[in-house]
Design a protein. Sequence first.
Length: 235
Amino acid sequence: MRKFDTILWDVDQTLLDFKKSEDYAVRFCFRKFGKEAADETVALYSAINESFWKRIEKGEINKKEALVDRFRSLFEQIGEEDIDAGAFQKEYAKALGSVYYYQDDSYELVKRLKEEGKYRQYLVTNGVTLTQKNKLHLSGFDKLVDGIFISEEIGMPKPSKEYFEKCFSMMPGFCKEKAVIVGDSLSSDMKGGNNAGIATCWYNPSGLQNHLEVKVDYEIKNLNEIWEILEKDAQ
C-alpha cells in the first residue's frame, strides 16, 4: 500500500526557477523605464524581495503594500529618484509572469506522475495571482495538476495553518496522513507542512543547513529523487 497519494508542490524555486525569472523581470523593467540594472542592483533587489516575503509569511506586513514598498526600498538604496515604484511593480508583475524556467525537468516529472494515475498533485504558492496564473499556464502545469492554491486567493499565506486547512477543504477525500509537501523554503513550505500536520520533503539542491530547525521528513537535491521516496514508501 502506498504511504502517499497526494503531493503538494511549491512553485517558485521548486518546480520553476524563480531566480532566473526574477533576474529577467528586473532587467526588463529597468530597460522599460529607460535605465539599466547592474548585476549588483539585481542581487540587491533579490535580497530585499526575500526579506519582504519573509515578513509577509509572518503576517508582519500587508502584502499589497509590500509589493510596492520593496521597490521603494530598492530605489532608495540605489539613489534612483526617477522611477515610480507603483508603476514599476505593475510592469514587474507582468514581466515575471511572462517567462518560466523548469527545474530538474519538472514538467516531465509532474506529467509522468499524472500519467501513472497513482497520485493527486496540487500547487501551493505564495505568489501574486496574476503572475502565478500566467506562468503556470505558459509552463503547462495548470493542465497537469489537480488544483492550484494561490495565497492571494486563499486570503492568507503559507506557512499559516489556516492557509493549508482551507486548501485541504477543497481537496476531495483528502487525508493528512497520505500527503507530502515538496518545497525549497524552510520558513514557508517545511514550516507550513509542520503547521498543517503533513509530511515534508525539503528540496535542497544547494545543500543548505536547516537553520530554522523545522521538522524535515525527507530531503532531496534533485526533484526526481521524489521517486525514491514514493516507491520506497509504497513497499
